[in-house]
Design a protein. Sequence first.
Length: 301
Amino acid sequence: MSHIPRVALNTGAKIPVLGLGTWQSAPNDAYNAVLAALKDGYRHIDTAFVYRNEKEVGKAIKDSGIPREDLFVTTKLWNTAHDPENVAAALDKSLELLQLDYVDLYLMHWPCAFQFSEELVPKDENGNILLSNVDFTETYAAMEKLDPKKARAIGVSNFNITKLEKLLKTATKVPAANQVELHPYLPQQDLIDFCKKHNIHVTAYSPLGSTDSPLLKDPKVLAIAEKYNKSPAQILLSWGLQRGVSVIPKSVTPARITQNLDVLPALEQADFDALNKILDGAETKRFADPANFWGVDVFGQ
């Protein structure tokens, strides 16, 4: 994919369908990865306040010398800034760290509010997370009031259908995007269909599964990869793109960053269908579930 296609958001802006994710990328690794990706031709960079690498991502963007208008940069509002009075300041802080005048897309990272704190995950003396009763509809209403010169588009992340339905009842601006975990072990086709119906673009994070994902070793994925003489990662990214979503694989390895660009425009229908049915009746596997690390049931499971 020498030229990365772009698709239109409901704002009219165009997002590159293949980008670089920076979750779990240490600051210096993030700098090197973003710089390498931009030199390779990536133009879509995804970060977040909680990743603690916005400063290095911004420095890499600056050092790349690529005109700002050629790039699509996404960052995210963290859970401790959900109170409406804190939303604008949180965006300003991210812009300061990124050394940018604006982001192309500003997402609510989770439909889950923590109490305001300098700590990313505030806890009481017993180790319980200090949750806030601020509803995500209130937070989104504050995001709708952000200066559009600073946040060109707003959206959400980790929202299921139930939460999107609730949000759409009060929102005056339909979210431009919903960034969620998507891969053959968690295909979420019903969520993709819902978002398409409501003109909400879907971006897939963790499109290869988790770190050291079993997906990359799945026999069905390996067989298809061998058929096309591609890596398992390239096959999984091709599958994601064929579903009509954008994908943001994370890597800090220059060779893999380059390799991830070399994806197929489409798999043969039989192979695409095989990946759609890879679970074969087994339960879906979600790798990023706050129920496991915060004790918060975000997805209503």
